[in-house]
Design a protein around this ligand. Structure first.
Ligand code: UDP
Ligand code: MG
Length: 313
């Protein structure tokens, strides 16, 4: 098997059939074997039903992994890679925003350049709002500064890579998965190619602003302990300021005496210090929480059903 297309699907009933059509069309006469590994991420619509249809038909080798509930796209990618048997593995969305034709180009690059291990597509033109663009830009600036991984600002999960890369990614069994960071962390040499994301074929995007914000925090916390250092610095800074102010107050008392006032100062200080403490506890909490989650050693996903072509009678 030359290529495995790993496709996480969550409520994509209207897209999966068209997706396979597009793949068959794009890879017609490519001259190598390929398979599609669909992961049904606990969809609530007819996605699994439609995937089973594709599995029965086997128009090309089709595998279906069906989760017991929604575990998220990252878990879907992990499960898909686990069951992929291709020499190359490609991550692609089910909504046809990422054209399968591009995967063919990616395969060609991997074939032609043996020292390239990953071909990643980045969006050359984003059809999203200015505000979101701005936040995304900020996020990449922050994470590239704070963490020891470097992320390409517009790169997506849309990638094709060699089996060894997938193996390395599977060895990273962390529970809070942030695949862009994982890709950067495992290393290997990548080539970036531009692509234009098409409009979603059907259905809606599963990403809300809140979800994206959480994902961004996961990314930063998952690949850097520098935020903890922020708390340390903040504490040091306030301790220093407090010391100075203490000396000022003592001198004031000794030299001129203090009349009881300073209500505003006290309120401001209480609020300021209180919020700084909560902020620092929050940061620590993020790390403690993740340590807790990871220490339970729960599986990244639970597959209710795995359909492989060889099991089909
Ligand atoms: N997806 C998934 N599990 C989820 C959310 C999304 O498997 O919990 C899949 C979804 O079906 C799609 C891909 O991840 O194939 C990308 O999702 P979406 O199109 O909503 O994201 P966007 O393209 O808007 O970034
Ligand atoms: Mg999409």
């Amino acid at each position: 098997m030359k290529l495995s297309l790993v496709v996480p699907c969550y409520n994509e009933a209207e897209n999966v059939l068209a997706f396979q059509e597009a793949v068959l069309e794009a890879f017609a006469g490519c001259g190598y074997d390929y398979e599609i590994v669909f992961v049904d991420d606990g969809s609530k619509d007819a996605t699994l039903h439609n995937l089973k249809k594709l599995y029965k038909a086997q128009a090309c080798p089709v595998k279906v992994v069906s989760f017991s509930r929604n575990f998220g796209k990252e878990a879907g990618i992990y499960a898909g890679m686990t069951h992929a048997s291709g020499e190359y593995i490609s991550l692609i969305d089910a909504d046809l925003q990422q054209r399968p034709e591009i995967v063919r180009d990616m395969v060609k690059i991997l074939d032609e350049k043996p020292d390239i291990d990953v071909v990643a597509a980045y969006q050359d033109r984003r059809g999203e709002g200015k505000l979101l663009s701005f936040f995304k830009k900020c996020f990449y600036k922050i994470i590239n500064k704070l963490s020891n991984v470097t992320l390409h600002a517009d790169a997506s999960d849309f990638r094709t890579f060699r089996r060894s890369v997938a193996q390395s990614m599977l060895e990273m069994t962390e529970w809070h998965r942030f695949s862009k960071g994982i890709f950067s962390w495992v290393g290997y040499s990548a080539e970036y190619i531009p692509y234009t994301a098409c409009a979603r074929k059907a259905g809606t995007s599963k990403w809300s602003f809140g979800k994206l914000a959480n994902y961004a925090i996961d990314g930063i916390i998952g690949f850097s302990t520098r935020p903890l250092r922020i708390a340390t610095y903040l504490g040091g800074l306030t301790a220093f300021a407090a010391l100075i102010y203490m000396i000022v107050v003592v001198l004031q008392k000794l030299i001129v005496g203090i009349d009881v006032a300073g209500y505003a100062t006290i309120i401001v200080l209480i609020l300021l210090l209180g919020s700084m403490q909560l902020f620092a506890i929050g940061i620590i909490g993020e790390y403690v929480g993740r340590t807790f989650e990871q220490s339970k050693n729960r599986p990244i996903y639970i597959a209710k059903e795995v359909l492989l072509p060889e099991d089909k009678e």
